[in-house]
Design a protein around this ligand. Structure first.
Ligand SMILES: NC(=O)c1ccc[n+]([C@@H]2O[C@H](COP(=O)([O-])OP(=O)(O)OC[C@H]3O[C@@H](n4cnc5c(N)ncnc54)[C@H](OP(=O)(O)O)[C@@H]3O)[C@@H](O)[C@H]2O)c1
Length: 280
């Protein structure tokens, strides 16, 4: 199981839980120290050292490199968890010219999933589909996503975040439509409000430690992720969940035409042709 954002918070808690249950997990993270600590946590939980890869999703070249390496090293990937995400300033575009939140939270995962399509297809069998689980958010409700230009500059970091979480859902819906014949089941989930590294500089999220009844632990946030990665009941193509139950989303995040338009513009943004091969 490949888990992005595996160096901290929900992704790390999920990786530890899955390793404890006997699954082989592969961690992706950005910060080398956090990634090294995460390796120790997962080793302690599961008894074996997980492979770990560093890549900054704000640099598409690094996503391409890690995707190509993973595809070479793992012939079969049963579960890909697109969980890496951040809330960050909208002031400066990435080196690739996109809003940094949209790139990290959607475009990078979109590219990585395409690069891992062959190992996912290879892992899928008649009774056991491969799974692509994406960490979304109820923040999709205020997203203002231009599906024709997902990486365009946003007015504020929270608007950018909401738009990126709309993109997570629309990606899941379109991926389910396109990849059903390959035996790949994409799902998305909202983990709830979670105490983690997320939103460290946000006044709202800095309250996380003082409101334990509102903000839950990373382990609790990971429960639906683990369920979607493992449980037969989580095999709902294009499904959106919270607390291991179906969860509602706005029409803007579930509209099939918007999903298709976002897919096409995202392919162009990351320089892919539909086969999943790098186009530049
Ligand atoms: N916390 C919440 O209340 C909440 C609610 C709804 C949804 N979510 C979603 O949950 C997911 C996980 O967040 P979290 O709460 O667990 O926060 P977190 O503790 O900050 O973890 C975020 C993870 O994403 C990685 N990441 C962030 N920016 C990256 C980049 N540019 N390149 C590569 N990796 C990057 C981080 O890597 P490094 O640590 O190595 O930098 C870290 O492993 C996110 O998608 C977030 O949007 C969180």
């Amino acid at each position: 199981m490949v888990i992005t954002g595996g160096s901290s918070g929900i992704g790390l808690a999920a990786a530890a839980a899955l390793a404890r249950g006997g699954d082989e997990v592969v961690l992706l993270g950005r910060n080398p120290e956090r990634l090294a600590r995460a390796v120790d946590v997962v080793r302690e939980a599961g008894g074996r050292t997980p492979a770990a890869y560093r890549a900054d999703f704000a640099v598409l070249g690094e996503v391409r490199d890690v995707g190509v390496r993973l595809a070479e090293e793992y012939g079969r990937i049963h579960v890909l968890v697109n969980n890496a995400g951040q809330l960050t300033s909208v002031r400066r575009p990435t080196v690739d010219g996109f809003d940094p939140t949209m790139q990290t939270n959607h475009l990078a995962g979109f590219l990585l999933t395409h690069l891992l399509l062959e190992p996912l297809r290879a892992a899928a069998t008649e009774g056991t589909p491969a799974r692509v689980v994406t960490t979304g958010s109820a923040a999709e409700v205020w997203g203002t996503l231009d599906v024709a230009r997902p990486g365009r500059r946003q007015l504020s970091r929270w608007l950018a975040y909401g738009a990126s979480k709309q993109a997570n859902l629309l990606f899941t819906i379109e991926a389910a439509r396109r990849w059903a014949p390959y035996g790949i089941v994409p799902t998305c989930f909202f983990p709830g409000l979670i105490r983690s590294g997320f939103g460290r500089r946000s006044p709202v999220f800095s309250l996380a430690g003082t409101l334990p009844l509102v903000f839950r632990s990373a382990e609790e946030g990971a429960e639906t992720l683990v369920w979607l990665a493992k449980d037969p009941a989580g095999l709902v193509p294009g499904g959106y969940f919270a607390w291991q139950r179906p969860f509602g989303a706005t029409a803007r995040s579930t509209d099939a035409r918007r999903a298709q338009a976002l897919w096409d513009s995202s392919l162009a943004a990351v320089g892919l042709v539909e086969s999943g091969q790098p186009g530049r």
